[in-house]
Design a binder for this molecule. Structure first.
Ligand code: PEP
Length: 247
């Protein structure tokens, strides 16, 4: 059976002192985790967290990557730079990036390509807004978002991780029911099957107010292969409970 992945998205939170305390508590509590675990941290803390997770089995992730390789792109961080600081994963196309920074499907697809070229696994986020769900457009939206990434990345698509994150569930305390989430995951799995023979071994994570109380049910669905966890990843006890619910 494939191992699930529980990835924390710290968003724009943390400090040197808080990061050290959180990682120490995670490392102390994680002993027999059967799943893969990663933390996606703000770029300035990559070096610090690289040191804190070394040899612990916790992988390091970034939260965004430039769609450019290098050059005159002030403020951007390239995939090669992330790799130099030990990033194993990088979030790509998080809804907060799409919403606040105007990231298009095409830009997200190129970011995934840059990450792959640097040896980083992109965690490609897709998801519908509340208005889109209420208009019955959930499948159309997530398929369109994933199609762009498939189109740009060709046979390398089997190397990505997908995260289904309904926008209305992120940071709101509202979670998709396990059945609602499973339905969308199955849609995404079939889309991946049409693109690669490796679709069944690929990971499709669920994200959106996953917490200690709802993780087990979500993670027991056939096509849910792990979680992308925002708020609850900042509290060691909560994140450890989610990790314990995964397999
Ligand atoms: C996220 O930011 O990817 C996320 C899922 O956040 P939260 O768990 O807080 O809803």
């Amino acid at each position: 059976m494939k191992k699930q992945l529980i990835a924390g998205n710290w968003k724009m939170n943390g400090s040197s002192v808080a990061n050290e305390a959180l990682l120490k508590a995670l490392v102390a509590g994680i002993n027999s985790a059967t799943c893969h675990v990663a933390v996606c941290v703000p770029a300035p803390y990559l070096a610090q967290v690289q040191g804190l997770v070394a040899g612990t089995g916790i992988d390091l992730g970034a939260q965004d990557v430039s769609q450019h390789e290098s050059g005159a792109f002030t403020g951007e961080v390239s995939a090669a730079m992330l790799r130099e600081f030990g990033a194993r994963y990088c979030l790509v196309g998080h809804s907060e990036r799409r919403q606040y920074h105007g990231e298009t499907d095409a830009a997200v697809a190129v970011k995934a390509q840059r990450a792959l070229a640097a040896g980083i696994t992109p965690i490609v986020c897709v998801g519908e807004t509340l208005a889109e769900r209420e208009a019955g457009r959930t499948e159309e939206i997530v398929k369109r978002q994933l199609a762009a990434v498939i189109h740009t990345n060709g046979h390398c698509i089997s190397e990505i991780v997908v995260a289904y994150e309904p926008v209305w569930a992120i940071g709101t305390g509202k979670t998709a029911s396990p059945q609602e989430a499973q339905h969308v995951h199955a849609v995404l799995r079939s889309q991946l099957r049409a693109a690669t023979e490796q679709a069944d071994r690929m990971l499709i994570l669920y994200g959106g107010s996953m917490n200690a109380a709802n993780a087990a049910q979500l993670l027991s669905q056939d096509d849910i292969d792990g979680g992308l966890v925002g708020g609850a990843s900042l509290k060691a006890a909560d994140f450890l409970s989610i990790i314990a619910a995964a397999h």
